[in-house]
Design a protein around this ligand. Sequence first.
Ligand SMILES: Cc1ncc(COP(=O)(O)O)c(C=O)c1O
Length: 446
Amino acid sequence: MIGHIPTPGSTDGSRAWFERARRSLAGGISSSARLTSTGPRPYPLYIASGSGARIRDVDGNEYIDYLAGYGSAVLGHAPEALTKALSPVLHGGTMFGTCNTAEVELAELIVESVPCAELVRFANSGSEAVQGAVRAARGHTGRTKILKFEGHYHGWSDVLAVSNRPGADEAGPDDRPHPVPHSPGIPDGVVADVVVCPWNDPQALRAVLDAHRGEIAAAICEPIVANNACTMPVPGFLETLRQECTDRGIVLVFDEICTGFRTVPGGAQSLFGVVPDLATYSKALGGGLPIAAFAGRREVMESLADGRVKHGGTYNANPLCATAALETLRELGRPEVTGHIEATGRRIMETIRRAAHDRGIPCLVQGVGAMFQVVFTDRTAPTTRYRDLLDADTARYAAFRHELFERGIHTNAYGMACWFVSAAVTSDELAATCDAVERSFDALSR
Ligand SMILES: Cc1ncc(COP(=O)(O)O)c(C=O)c1O
């Protein structure tokens, strides 16, 4: 049973906290993505607590949560396995700045489960892990440029905050996109070192690689583009990318910050059977605590191992976060856990497809059970690249999201992002979610 179903006006406590926050926090928020998290209401939701698949806001409203900490609360909120394991760490000291045994066991587990991982390094956020992978690739190859795909997101730091979400007027030709900085404050020199390519287009990929022969240190991608409404790789594209990188001495990096550990323990590289040279992780890795990793082939990671390439971080793999990650990966290593996540998500995807179809509302539902998104569009084929999403009906997405919210279902506010399914969703919560989906489509079709 969903507890209190929120009604308009019942989030006044969140509104008051936001007004107060704006007096001391820049913009009232701690991350640019948080402002619109209540959909049409111009203030974010303030969450007081969570347990299992549910969260409770400061007004006492309860929601079934498919934002799930942007995918990090993969076991649900305050899962027993984590709270039990973390309590002794909290009492025994959380931060010594030296080595600890949990980080060793955690690295061993990653090496065991991830095909490309021979050596691992830990960091605190996805952006840091991406920075580490790029540094390792540059150090290893002695080259500077990085190839990324238009619309793929690799964090907020300068190094790759380019062409995340360019406007149609600034993005350049379809097959040779311009690199567009994501924000003022990113130096021209950084942007000039980023080569941008359309996703899922082998011909354009080869042309871009030819144009930068011998210059590219790494090619990085989101194998399932979580930040482009879960656009999937077309059959054969990852294999082509792998082959081209091998032939040209380019380090292939899979950004598995969204796909890692939540799809299957080996992540997207196991799912698709294509093994990169390096991969980056965060989100599901920590089960809700801030930890990240980059891992990969010994040959590339060796430059860090022998100290030539520098990587640091006061809080890297601190005992609290390393323990949380170790427990989370142990849980996710049980096939029934990822199996439950996948089956739950597939059922919601199917319900959305059928509900939309029955009411004559055109939309695509794409991704995998663990992470998926709904795109309101007249297109009948799945999106294959960023520009396919530019004509999506974002107002309808916002309306759908709002109807769900009013029925106690909390999802990502951004139509370009995705739903994340946690292992904690019970069969009653799944049924309540599917019912809310049906009723939200009723509301949309009125
Ligand atoms: C694919 C991907 N890479 C990198 C990042 C950056 O991670 P963080 O926000 O932890 O810095 C994100 C964050 O959403 C992401 O989705």
